[in-house]
Write a protein that binds this ligand. Structure first.
Ligand SMILES: Nc1ncnc2c1ncn2[C@@H]1O[C@H](COP(=O)(O)OP(=O)(O)OP(=O)(O)O)[C@@H](O)[C@H]1O
Ligand SMILES: [Mg+2]
Length: 209
């Protein structure tokens, strides 16, 4: 269960106030809001990447911002998977090596079987030994999802994963996020202002209302 309690964040003279949000383990959510309404900010706050000016984020009884930076990094690596709009992969490492390093960062043992299973479930196992620069956009997106789910996170968060994709790929990426979170029993939060995504996820948290 994730709880967002009394979270506020200020950038200069922009004040963002987020209404409280309780997310049951394993549920699937859309985070909706116009451009500039604070979707990326809230995602970064939920993922332990941005400490809000006030309020708390609790994931399964752990208050994220009560942790030291080192423990927060490890907690994130172990329990939270994030899919950024633009894939964040290490360019000098192959696809499989990027996943291996994500296991190591989380303090887990390297697990080649897990890497193979995840890459196969996303139909990208044939690129395991290639560098990110040699992959297509859609292939990179699948590797980004693989990296996010490699440690079977309790929480899978994606920030506008479909906005730069055509209809077919947008639907495919959304299905992959749903399938992967179902396989792992993860809670799924997908931010979007993409109308095509709205019918596919039942729960909605709307920043405009
Ligand atoms: N680093 C920053 N410094 C100053 N202001 C910022 C910063 N990041 C975001 N903001 C402001 O905070 C508000 C929320 O931004 P945020 O990126 O969270 O919105 P968003 O809903 O993700 O928008 P989009 O749909 O365009 O990605 C905006 O008014 C933005 O200008
Ligand atoms: Mg954004």
């Amino acid at each position: 269960m994730i709880r967002i309690d009394a979270v506020k964040h200020t950038y200069g003279n922009t004040n963002l106030i987020f209404k409280d949000w309780q997310i049951e383990q394993g549920t699937h959510w859309l985070l909706l809001g116009d451009s500039g309404s604070g979707k990326t900010t809230l995602i970064n706050i939920m993922a332990g990447l941005l400490k809000p000016q006030s309020g708390s984020v609790t994931i399964n009884d752990t208050a994220l911002y009560g942790l030291s930076n080192t423990r927060l990094d490890k907690f994130r690596g172990r329990h939270i998977g994030i899919v950024f709009q633009k894939p964040h992969l290490i360019k000098s490492l192959t696809v499989a090596e990027n996943l291996r390093i994500a296991q190591r960062f989380a303090g887990l043992k390297e697990n080649q079987d897990r890497i193979s299973t995840v890459l196969a479930s996303l139909n990208i196992d044939h690129k395991a030994h290639n560098l990110p620069a040699t992959l297509s956009q859609g292939q990179l997106q699948r590797v980004a999802i693989a990296r996010a789910v490699i440690n079977q996170p309790e929480v899978l968060i994606a920030d506008e994963p479909t906005s730069s994709l055509d209809d077919g790929n947008a639907a495919a990426v959304l299905e992959l996020l749903i399938t992967q979170s179902t396989i792992n029993g993860s809670t799924l939060v997908v931010s979007t202002h993409d109308k095509r995504v709205k019918e596919r996820l039942t729960n909605q948290y709307n920043l405009n209302t």
